[in-house]
Design a protein around this ligand. Structure first.
Ligand SMILES: Nc1ncnc2c1ncn2[C@@H]1O[C@H](COP(=O)(O)OP(=O)(O)OP(=O)(O)O)[C@@H](O)[C@H]1O
Length: 274
């Protein structure tokens, strides 16, 4: 297991992100700390995926800073790091990935070890154990020799997650990771995220649409609206009913579940205003 003291998180400040000449994120900041889960929520098109992709250096920031502290020492400018060095510290499970042709599940999970192999396919003594562990954690070990093209959407999602886990990073970014998953795997992936944060000290940043899931899972919730951070903090603070109603343009009510003490939200439609 990784020592907590060796780990650091990722800190982004004042990120401006654009497509062409259109700004879609206007100066957002985010701090992902070791051992904690940050959920990004917000309406469609509010900039969640773009922000996550920028944190993973898959979308170039027009301005702003992203820093990571790879070895527990001084924070480094992530944008200046060598790609392979950065990939040892930060990984992203993105929303949609093309299905590779002719590859087995094991091949795809092993791809997660690419930052450790280098250009000349150098030895990666920890690779086999990391791949095995990632497949066990995500429940895909029994699929190891199957072609990824044969898999269901949910199985494939777990294979991609296994590939990210094999990368063995201290920052894990997940864009709607429970898409396509049935109830069992959804709960298991949430449990896994919790364990990765709490036991292994990983800094987790996750985009979720379900506000109740965000409230249940995250230490810190960030509400994005039209590319700006509308609220941030513990769920009970950030998920304010009036603010959410404004952000989502629909009436949203909240209450605290008396059994769990967790915040629950409900969008009130025209036919369920009871
Ligand atoms: N490739 C692209 N080219 C141009 N504009 C884009 C592109 N991708 C996204 N956008 C725009 O950027 C804005 C933010 O999109 P983004 O996908 O980050 O939002 P999101 O909050 O993740 O949305 P969703 O909840 O629907 O996944 C939207 O206005 C979207 O139309």
């Amino acid at each position: 297991m990784i020592e907590l003291s060796e780990l650091s998180g990722l800190e982004a400040t004042d990120l401006v992100l654009r497509y062409g000449d259109k700004d879609v994120v206007h100066g957002a900041g985010l701090h992902l700390e070791p051992g904690r889960i940050v959920a990004l929520v917000g309406p469609n098109g509010s900039g969640k995926s773009t922000l996550l992709r920028a944190l993973a250096r898959l979308h170039e920031a027009s301005s702003g800073t992203i820093r990571v502290r790879p070895d527990g020492g001084e924070a480094s400018d992530a944008l200046m790091m060598k790609r392979s060095d950065f990939a040892r510290h930060v990984t992203l499970l993105s929303q949609s990935r093309p299905v590779p042709h002719g590859l087995s599940v094991r091949d795809v999970v092993e791809f997660g070890r690419h930052p450790y192999r280098g250009r000349w396919r150098a030895a990666d003594p920890e690779g086999p154990a990391a791949v095995h562990r990632a497949m066990e954690l995500t429940g895909v070990a029994e699929l190891a020799d199957r072609g990824v093209q044969e898999l269901s959407g949910g199985q494939l999602q777990r294979v991609w997650l296994a590939s990210c886990l094999a990368q063995d990073t201290s920052v894990l970014l997940l864009d709607e990771p429970t898409n396509h998953l049935d109830l069992r795997y959804k709960v298991e992936i949430f449990d896994l995220m919790y364990d990765l944060a709490r036991i292994h000290g990983v800094a987790v940043g996750v985009v979720l649409h379900d506000l109740d899931e965000a409230a249940a899972l995250a230490d810190h919730v960030v509400v994005l609206s039209e590319g700006r951070i509308a609220a941030a903090g513990p769920a009970h603070e950030a998920l304010d009913a009036a603010l959410l109603s404004d952000v989502y343009s629909i009436r949203i009510v909240t209450h605290t579940d008396p059994l769990t003490g967790r915040l629950r939200t409900r969008a009130v439609g025209r036919h369920n205003d009871s």
